[in-house]
Design a protein around this ligand. Structure first.
Ligand code: GAL
Length: 454
């Protein structure tokens, strides 16, 4: 996405989920299947670097942040290799990084595969510095053999032992260097599951994972145990049924440890195939952990975290509302219609149809309805006819819901124009078994805008 000009300083003041997150250069953060590692007081986000044109491995990106809201692009921590398991036209997913307490080395784990997902193997890479570049070492071995599996995660216990988590509910204990596997501690605990993540609170371990629906979201589930070896007890969904885990798939849980509290931050992916670079977003929510009960009872469209205390707080998108029906403030070109069940909304599936709002302030937010026939929207903010930022928003969701679709970072207070254009395209894909998923139309809807001058 287009970078803002140098004088338009931008920042975020909270965690916003399911909306485009722009990095320090104004580009969409591309770090899916991610994890976050804290090192020397800074947070490092590692994730899959995607393109909008192919599912081929494009490297693993690394970003850094002091506050978990604003992310600086560091580098491609592991680039496409000249050949081999992470060479051209291969798949590389679900990157996880841990620091070995024994060697002080950073070890990166990932799922490597063919483009058709026919050669899954868990690989690893190492680096002396957190941001890399990491050196790819090939398959991680257990008794001399590779682990021929796909979705994976990692977990570091409080005693420094490192573990690999594998879909279907397998756990392997790593050597102290994290470069070999020493023992399988769990097998087939939750068959049918993908995208595993584990965290520990007190003496309880929590396992989170999705069902197998490719890039489509489903109601993810959790299990608890007092030992990684089990027995594990099924806890059911951790987000209300039907929300499809607030429209995301688990990838990691980050413990944010403060002086008085620890917030366990759920990290999920809202995939957007094929436009995974521009339009896939992040769902980061504070988990409510109550004994053996885990939940994200309500979606926090904005929340903050006090890194000193470790306490999370709900936030709101500040500002004055402009309804989509306000003809004095909101301009439309092309065919936009009221939505029959939601008369305050306007929607269009006509390619090139535009909705514009001129505003004076420092920030604008857009709310609209995602639907099963939702398509892509091109969002731009201009100042005096010059582009300040641009973004791509995916309006698809299997189960309709109205919520925040875009929020700009805080910009210098000025007069701007926000434009939302119907791209005339939508996301869809087939899974590993060739079943079709995704949107059936190109619809974009607007319900209201919120403009703020702070
Ligand atoms: C998902 C998996 C993702 C990716 C995708 C491809 O189920 O969790 O990491 O592999 O399938 O369809």
């Amino acid at each position: 996405m287009i970078a803002a000009s140098a004088q338009t300083a931008k920042h975020y003041d909270a965690i916003y989920s399911g909306v485009p997150l722009l990095d320090d250069g104004g580009r969409a953060v591309s770090a899916h299947g991610a994890c976050i590692l804290k090192e020397n007081g800074k947070y490092y986000l590692f994730g899959e670097r995607h393109s909008d044109t192919s599912n081929a491995f494009a490297g693993f990106n690394c970003y850094s942040s002091a506050d978990l809201y604003n992310w600086k692009f560091e580098k491609i921590a592991l680039p496409v290799q000249p050949s081999g398991r992470l060479g051209p036209n291969r798949v590389g997913e679900r990157v996880k990084v841990m620091k070995s307490p024994k060697t002080g080395e950073f070890v990166m784990f990932m799922h490597t595969d063919t483009l058709g997902y026919t050669d899954p193997v868990i690989g690893y890479a190492t680096s002396k510095s957190v941001t890399g570049p990491y050196v790819f070492r090939g398959a991680i071995l257990f008794n001399g053999s590779p682990i021929k599996r796909w979705d994976m995660g990692s977990f570091q216990d409080d005693d420094g032992k490192g573990y690999l988590l594998i879909h279907e509910g397998d756990i392997y204990r790593l050597s102290d260097e994290y470069t070999r596997i020493e023992e399988q501690v769990l097998a087939n605990m939750s068959s049918g599951c993908e995208s595993p993540a584990v965290f520990k609170k007190g003496s309880t371990y929590y396992w989170l994972s999705s069902h197998k629906t490719s890039w489509e979201r489903n109601d993810n589930e959790y299990y608890t145990a007092s030992s990684l070896k089990g027995p594990w007890k099924a806890g059911g969904n951790f987000a209300p049924a039907g929300t499809l885990t607030w429209n995301s798939q688990t990838t990691f849980v980050l413990p944010v440890i403060g002086a008085s509290d620890t917030t366990f931050m759920f990290m999920g992916d809202r995939w957007s195939y094929p436009k995974q670079e521009s339009a896939a977003t992040y769902v980061w929510q504070p988990l409510v952990v109550n004994g053996s009960v885990l939940s994200i009872p309500a979606f926090q469209e904005a929340w903050t975290i006090d890194l000193k205390t470790g306490k999370p707080a709900s936030s709101v998108v500040p500002g004055k509302e402009i309804p989509a029906s306000d003809a004095n403030r909101v301009g439309y070109t092309g065919a936009w219609r009221p939505v029959s069940s939601l008369p305050e909304q306007r929607s269009s599936d006509e390619e090139g149809a535009r909705c514009t709002v001129a505003f004076t302030g420092s920030r604008i937010a857009w709310y609209g309805q995602s639907t099963a026939d939702g398509g892509y929207a091109r969002v731009t903010i201009q100042k005096n006819g010059r582009l300040v930022l641009s973004s791509l928003v995916d309006m698809y969701c299997k189960n309709p819901n109205t919520s925040l679709r875009f929020i700009s970072p805080v910009l210098p207070k000025d007069s701007y124009t926000l434009a939302i254009e119907v791209a005339g395209e939508h996301g869809n894909w087939s899974d590993k078994r060739k079943s079709m998923y995704g949107s059936t139309g190109n619809r974009v809807s607007v319900e209201r805008f919120v403009v703020s001058d702070k």
